[in-house]
Design a binder for this molecule. Structure first.
Ligand code: TXA
Ligand code: MG
Length: 319
């Protein structure tokens, strides 16, 4: 067990020793370390069993702190930061030499965000360095949305998880990069494409290429429960095929006539933001029930429904 505590002083002293702390954010919990400590960064990769080619997100408490890390801030990046920070938006920007190559996996860019969580903002203000923090899950597993999820994953291999309650958004940040100053969507996440386009006009999607992932969050299998998971249009029909099996079902909103061993409705009134916030917690929970299968219904292909479908699709891929 690691210590689960809301003691910020303790987190500060552990991070100053270049050890790791699980930190709360409004998206998912992160596994945090000093960006300037080679040993801390190595520990992040080892603890997560994450391949070294997959770069880390840097967390800052202010725009000023960001400006010390990046070479240039395109106008549209500034607009997005002004509008969404602190919040669930990660910007990929040209990095200054001060960012270690280990963080950026050798790229000339760095991913940065200002999280919208009071505990972690306080923590960042107490430190002399920004925090690198990938999601606090072993590579390929579901991201954690509570301190106990993090402890369940890493036990003794980290000293402390800083308690910050359940994550409000419950799904990772949306990632935006820039080409010639124009925004490119790298990863769907807690902020919808429409919300971003309302601020900076139309944006393009990054081409996906599994073999040379530009943002390896785009690796196709990711965020997966241990239980075999299926994403379907017609849940009743899928359940007929599983009639002899113990099945858990994930539904968007209230419906009648779905009979399975466990049925979870993410948002009875059909609110996509509420559904997104409960998705991972539900997957963690269903994964504890020793089911034969999890059947999830396809969400509406709009707003955060796109982010939810993206994560569900990855959860259904074979390793
Ligand atoms: O909500 C979040 O973003 C959470 C919380 C803890 O902040 N963090 C998170 O980190 O999801 P992680 O490491 O699990 O996902 C970050 C993604 C990875 O897919 C990585 O490949 C991509 O960001 N990334 C990081 N730096 C990049 C860069 N310079 N260029 C392209 N992609 C980058
Ligand atoms: Mg992750």
């Amino acid at each position: 067990m690691s210590i689960i505590s809301s003691d910020i002083d303790m987190a500060v002293s552990i991070l100053n020793r270049n050890e790791l702390v699980g930190i709360p954010t409004e998206t998912v919990y992160g596994l945090a370390g000093n960006i300037f400590s080679e040993s801390a960064i190595h520990k992040i990769f080892e603890t997560k069993q994450r391949p070294l080619f997959n770069p880390l997100i840097v967390h800052v408490h202010s725009l000023d702190q960001l400006l010390g890390l990046t070479e240039e801030l395109p106008d549209k990046a500034k607009q997005l930061a002004d509008h969404f920070w602190p919040g669930s938006l990660t910007l990929i920007l040209k990095k200054k030499a001060i960012i270690p190559d280990l963080i950026s996996a050798g790229k000339d860019t760095v991913a940065v965000r200002m999280p919208n969580h009071p505990v972690t903002i306080q923590l960042l203000k107490r430190l002399d360095f920004p925090l690198a923090a990938p999601s606090a899950n072993p590579f390929g597993c579901i991201s954690p949305t509570s301190a106990s999820h993090v402890d369940g994953y890493f036990k003794d291999s980290i000293e402390m998880v800083l308690e910050g309650g359940d994550c409000q958004n419950g799904i990772e940040s949306t990632i935006i990069g820039f080409e010639q100053g124009e925004p490119i969507l790298y990863r769907l996440g807690a902020i919808s494409r429409e919300e971003i386009e309302n601020v900076v006009g139309s944006i393009q999607l990054k081409n996906k290429d599994d073999k040379a992932p530009e943002a390896p969050g785009m690796l196709s299998r990711h965020y997966a429960p241990r239980t075999k998971t299926y994403l379907v249009r017609d849940v009743s029909k899928a359940l007929e095929e599983f009639s002899d099996k113990k099945v858990g079902v994930i539904l968007f909103k209230r419906v009648s006539n779905i009979n399975a061993d466990k049925v979870i409705i993410l948002s009875p009134n059909g609110n996509l933001k509420e559904a997104a916030s409960k998705l991972y917690n539900t997957m963690h929970y269903l994964d504890t029930l020793e089911l034969d299968a999890i059947v999830a219904e396809e969400f509406p292909n709009e707003g955060l429904g796109l982010s939810i479908n993206d994560r569900l699709r990855r959860a259904t891929k074979d390793a």
